[in-house]
Design a protein around this ligand. Sequence first.
Ligand SMILES: [Zn+2]
Length: 259
Amino acid sequence: MFLEAMTWSQAKSFLSAEIIALLPLGSVEQHGPICPLGTDFIVPKELAKMVESLCPERVVVLPVMPYGVCPYHSGFAGTVDIGWELLSGVTKKIAEAVLKYGVRKFVFLNGHGGNGPALDDTALWIYRQGGIAAIIDWWSLAAELNSRWSGGHGTGQETSMMMALRPGWINREGFFETKITNLTDRMPSKYINAVSFGNGTIRIPRNVDEISSSGAFGEDDPREATPELGEEIITGIVSYLRDFIEAFLEVPLPNAFNK
Ligand SMILES: [Zn+2]
């Protein structure tokens, strides 16, 4: 069920410890030359809709939280960062409201890596209120489910997903080759927030516009993206999430105020 579609009396009877609140979250941020700024919240929003269609009596899908934590992308126009303190505060307030009406279990279906620390913070807060929250980063999950489904930022994986979900919003004519700038010769950029040194990876947060000329970063070439690959990834993730939700409903709750 969708919270936004219910009346308050329907919500009163549906919201309970027997269901899971599913909150899709993302970011409004640059996604390279061909993917739209809304990529990171559109993908989780659409995945959540599909999960709901498979188990409508098991979940209440909350309205998507489109804004997230992306200060390092702000050198590219259109990026809107709200900072991790605010995301942590907003998600706690959402959880507080839903807990009040009896729901104890949450799934944060996340579309953006920068949201991670804020979601960890909120998940532990929920736990200490006697609830429990799971955080699912769809792009990492996709890579674990199938190595062909892995991808970077604004590259083949995300382009394929958006070709499946919003085909008219892919700006193919805008494509240009990304020039990557390394931190030093000995520390090549490994990702937008990390470098390689020897055989290891070191996280060094920097401004993305100083690393990637297009804003994109990843080995999965967006020119090889297809809607079919996007559909394949979507089907795999949605089926996994349906199984996870069934199993998560059986997880015992912590003792409130006892942690
Ligand atoms: Zn993204």
